[in-house]
Design a protein around this ligand. Structure first.
Ligand SMILES: [Fe+2]
Ligand SMILES: [Fe+2]
Length: 216
């Protein structure tokens, strides 16, 4: 992916993949009603966190510079496609806010990054673990921290709150708390997150064998 020096919309200067930046900016245009609040959030994120350059994990999906931004954009684009097909009454703004910021907690807290570069060469080489989690942060689940940071700036609908907090679905124990009571946005966000991680970011090509039945 090409990278170029460019001025962040909110004053951030540095290297960012052009493609990701464009897709991110395009998604932000869909936020109209709460634009002022989201602009304030982004200003803070660009000033006090590594939102634009953080990885999305220590060694799994998008464990790379800009990984969190690229993953958040991937999830949001899939979520908008699902919305269009299955649930057009959910606003695009809701999808963009829930999609872009569902993993916001991965930035850590202002001035205290959640991910730090791994300094253990053996782990990097043999385990592919390029980042470690910052132990100096109090332990709070990523999704709760996402909600905490986001809601300090942006008023949220109840459905957005549920979608963000429970976006991991039943992959985590807390998913059972809302079993059978998931809002449509929660289901769509969960599936978008999983599809982005397992198909788009793992580079799987969805396909069916055309000649399978001819061979048996
Ligand atoms: Fe997540
Ligand atoms: Fe995610």
């Amino acid at each position: 992916m090409t990278e170029e020096k460019m001025q962040g919309e909110f004053g951030w200067t540095g290297e960012i993949p052009t493609d990701a930046k464009e897709r991110y900016s395009r998604l932000l245009l869909k936020i109209v009603q709460r634009k002022k609040q989201v602009d304030e959030l982004i200003k803070m994120l660009e000033k006090d966190t590594n939102w634009l350059t953080d990885p999305a994990s220590t060694r799994f999906h998008m464990s790379q510079k800009f990984g969190l931004l690229i993953h958040s954009v991937n999830v949001t684009e899939i979520l908008l496609k699902l919305r269009e097909t299955l649930a057009s009454k959910i606003s695009e703004e809701s999808c963009v806010i829930a999609g872009l910021f569902h993993d916001l907690g991965k930035v850590g807290m202002p001035g205290k990054p959640y991910y730090l570069p791994n300094t253990d060469d053996w782990e990097i080489k043999y385990r592919g673990k390029k980042y470690v989690v910052n132990n100096s942060l109090p332990t709070v689940s990523v999704s709760v921290r996402s909600l905490y940071i986001l809601s300090k700036f942006v008023p949220l609908l109840d459905e957005e709150v549920q979608a963000i907090v429970y976006h991991d679905g039943l992959f985590v124990e807390s998913g059972k708390e809302i079993l059978g009571k998931e809002e449509p946005l929660t289901l769509l966000l969960h599936w978008s997150d999983y599809w982005a991680t397992k198909v788009i970011e793992d580079k799987k090509v969805p396909s069916s064998s055309k000649d399978y039945f001819d061979k048996i």
